[in-house]
Design a protein around this ligand. Structure first.
Ligand SMILES: *Cc1c(COP(=O)(O)O)cnc(C)c1O
Length: 226
């Protein structure tokens, strides 16, 4: 079942790319496997999945060594500062840098082990009380601050759009994140690229792809309800 669902999501992404005049290979499907057992991750892997998303450090640490070497794990959930040390070097990308304090912690821990950690800044585009992340107007300053940290490399932006019945309602959220990334890119900040836009989940990933997502994070539509 996971195989069919994974392939169906892939196909919908391809169709959205065609509608938007984009290349399917420019969109990475992250199979969000949080709470799901390894056998389902392996089923997705067999169907072609190589990128997996988790929101708990513990789950990345447990699953990563048990998957084939070319499986990549993305940290997509809120990251506590006392967990940073365990996840850097394990996750290929931290999507959820939501404060300068967290960025400084990543810098400190990454410097100790001599690595550079690729990250995205999480943006609370819709200004939801329940969500983490920078407000849109805070992002440029945050990017400038973080750009001075030599063990962090900012690769782009991420957002979690509101839960809505009709995905069209989130189109403007995705447009706003895209525009923000274009604006920041135009500032040519040292040590910062804006190539990655992580947006879109099971309910709205097609709209996100139409609006420029380069990574979509899809759980339920691949693995079923949690
Ligand atoms: C759980 C989660 C997803 C996937 O959500 P689905 O609706 O199951 O596709 C995407 N992004 C983040 C940050 C998540 O925590």
């Amino acid at each position: 079942m996971v195989r069919e669902q994974y392939l169906k999501v892939k196909e919908k992404i391809e169709n959205a790319c065609v509608r938007a005049g984009r290349k399917p290979e420019d969109v990475t499907l992250i199979a969000v496997s949080k709470t799901k057992p390894l056998e389902l991750l392996r089923e997705a892997y067999e169907a072609g999945a190589r990128d997996f998303g988790e929101n708990k450090v513990q789950e990345i640490i447990e699953k990563e060594p048990q998957m084939p070497e070319d499986a990549r794990f993305h940290m997509i959930g809120h990251l506590q500062r006392n967990k940073v040390r365990q996840v850097i070097g394990k996750a290929v990308l931290i999507h959820s840098v939501d404060s300068l304090r967290l960025a400084r912690q990543i810098e400190e821990d990454a410097a100790k082990v001599g690595i550079v950690v690729p990250v995205l800044l999480e943006v609370n585009v819709a200004r939801e009380e329940s969500k983490f992340g920078f407000f849109t107007e805070e992002v440029e300053n945050a990017v400038r601050e973080i750009s001075s940290l030599s063990h962090i490399s900012v690769k782009g932006l991420m957002t979690i759009a509101p839960f809505v019945e009709n995905p069209e309602e989130n189109r403007k959220v995705f447009q706003e994140l895209y525009q923000l990334s274009v604006d920041i890119k135009s500032k040519n900040i040292d040590n910062v690229t804006m190539g990655v836009l992580s947006m879109g989940m099971s309910g709205d990933y097609e709209v996100a792809v139409e609006e420029g997502a380069t990574m979509v994070r899809v759980g339920t539509s691949i693995f079923g309800a949690r």
